[in-house]
Design a protein around this ligand. Sequence first.
Ligand code: PMP
Length: 447
Amino acid sequence: MKDSNFLKENNGRLMWHPMTSPQDSIDSPPKIVTEGHGVRIKDIDGHEVVDAVGGLWNVNLGYSCQPVKDAIAAQLDRLPYYSTFRGTSNDAAIELSYELAQFFAPDGLSRAFFTSGGSDSVETALRLARQYHKLRGEPGRVKFLSLKKGYHGTHMGGASVNGNANFRTAYEPLLPGCYHIPAPYTYRNPLNETDPERLAQLCVQALEDEIAFQGPTTIAAMIMEPILGAGGVIPPHASFAPMVRDICDRNGILLITDEVITAYGRTGAWSGARLWGIQPDMMATAKAITNGYFPFGAVMLGEKMIETFENNAAAKIGHGYTYSGHPVGAAAALACLAETQRLNVIDNAAARGTQLYEGCKALMEKYDVIGDVRGGHGLMTAIEMVSDRDTKAPDAASGALVQEVAYQNGAMVRVSGPNLILSPPLILTEDDASVILGALDKGFAAL
Ligand code: PMP
């Protein structure tokens, strides 16, 4: 490895970072991470902290998951790559499809289409949704509905259904025919509703109104995160997802859950769909499927898709990636599924999630800058900062200091606008969670 001065000097000079301005990478150099062990990461200066970001919501099993590393190494030795395009396949991808069909059976999903990551998975689901309707003789169903504040990756389709201007404006014009519904975001909403259940009903009413306005037969699919993640960890009332499912059913609209964050245990349930008791028609997954150790994703497909695409010579899928079903990713995913079960991390996510959520609410009692704390469903928690609790004026300036002081005191947290986001590995212990809360306490105290 080059020495630390070389790395620090060249990072911002030579590499453009995602979601960052090139100048920012020079003016505010990032933490350069050089090692990861368990739930901890070490930076180039040797400082070690609990990674309360969990990589990027994806390192569910931590940084030392030996069975996954072994599976990757063994697969690299035996067969480092083979495609699954027409005419060829590989054994790891087949085995993974089999396992995923078992794991997702309660979600009504039993086929897999493999991708190289979350944005690919979203794109796949959107494209297959359009094709589904064409195959069924409804070629006019081309539009997509989604939630404001939703995040669906960065491909043109995903960006078009994204519900946050930051990821859209610079890249317009985006895909035509994408419409956005208010998010069930109780802390702030244009509907002036503070009761979560009532707000869920109003958002669902807005969805029905939009469907009626567009004309149901013009709409291909609704895509939504079961819990909005990048938008600031916004869990809807439990009634919301079942109502959306019902409306989609009544209008012939496919429901895609974007579970790039929520699948594989983060919410304390196997999937977000299962958390809310719904069965989507497609589920976009990625991230924790390989614990972040290999770029990979899977779109899981339900009965409607199966009925339409299988036993149908016309249903040729003109879509796929060089790395669809990559054997190394598939081997990593198989090991992750096994470890997720063996270590019972999903139950742990629920318990530690409650601890972090309650701990953050206790911080809110102490610090006025905290306007809202959201979470309570596994290891997805957000602290929203305001400069004034009465006006709820967002405070996007204080996060950087809280983050830095928390870092110096033992925890890496993520800043996203006025939100601090906590999404640590699901193997977090009670003590690790206390370290995160203690570090945040010091961070807020420094303000
Ligand atoms: N959908 C959701 C819900 C996500 O959170 C993300 C990534 N944070 C994506 C899609 C895109 O995934 P990727 O960055 O792997 O392309």
